[in-house]
Design a protein around this ligand. Structure first.
Ligand SMILES: CC(C)(COP(=O)(O)OP(=O)(O)OC[C@H]1O[C@@H](n2cnc3c(N)ncnc32)[C@H](O)[C@@H]1OP(=O)(O)O)[C@@H](O)C(=O)NCCC(=O)NCCS
Length: 208
């Protein structure tokens, strides 16, 4: 365990690979998803890299001993992101990942076929509450950074950045199997949105 204090700082383009790595290593309901899909690039290409490419100024990382080991990624205007994603990201994604491969021995509940379908379909992000909760986020910390108050600080950092832009509220979706994350968001004051379903929880919170 390191004695150094982790530092929260704005994202830099040189963090891109490390952000992808953190995404992969926390993508199996909060646990390591390495090898769960035939291509380890899939998860980051859906849930991390388009975020830092579209909104690098709303990405914040946690650096520990010179290494990025956590992040929060924010989108201020999800509707605009959907348009950008459809235009700039989905075509390349579909080219790189035309079909799902045969399942790995992990056989995840969130199948590779579904992940590939989601990666090519930004309309899945157009939730009914978008007018009231235009922003959305993803947050992930490697195990060594969890439980140290950094998740709360990252969410506070993003909420403040969104509030400063006049964005009233932020939402997120999470894996129903991720019980720890559900507890975390409840503790921070997130509430369930009307479109939330037991198998696909959706939460929101005001930015200030
Ligand atoms: C979920 C996650 C972001 C939480 O961040 P964290 O730094 O571990 O959480 P914090 O230490 O900031 O905790 C903030 C509060 O939530 C509570 N909390 C956090 N995790 C909890 C858990 N698993 N069960 C119960 N409470 C929890 C803490 O007790 C704390 O309460 P307090 O501030 O009132 O004392 C982080 O653990 C993580 O990245 N996990 C793996 C990836 C993941 O699941 N990402 C979310 C995907 S939707």
């Amino acid at each position: 365990m390191s004695g150094a204090e982790p530092v929260i700082r704005p994202y830099r383009p040189s963090d891109r690979d490390a952000v992808a790595e953190v995404c992969l290593r926390t993508a199996a309901s909060g646990a390591d998803a390495s090898g769960v899909y035939r291509d380890d690039a899939l998860m980051p290409e859906v849930y991390a890299l388009p975020y830092v490419d579209y909104a690098p100024d709303l990405a914040f990382v946690v650096e520990l001993d010179g290494r990025v080991a956590g992040y929060v990624l924010g989108i201020a205007d999800t509707a605009d992101f959907i348009d950008w994603y459809a235009r700039e990201w989905a075509p390349g994604f579909r080219r790189r990942h035309p079909v799902a491969g045969p399942p790995t021995e992990h056989r995840p509940a969130y199948t590779e076929a579904q992940l590939i379908a989601d990666g090519g379909d930004p309309e899945r992000m157009r939730i009914p509450e978008l007018d009231a909760y235009p922003a959305h986020l993803h947050i992930d910390l490697l195990p060594e950074l969890q439980g140290r108050g950094l998740g709360r600080r990252l969410i506070d950092t993003l909420r403040a950045a969104l509030a400063a832009r006049g964005v009233p509220a932020v939402h997120l979706g999470l894996d129903a199997a991720n019980v720890g994350a559900r507890e975390f968001y409840a503790r921070l004051g997130f509430h369930e949105l009307g479109s939330s379903r037991p198998e696909a929880p959706r939460l929101g919170i005001a930015t200030s």
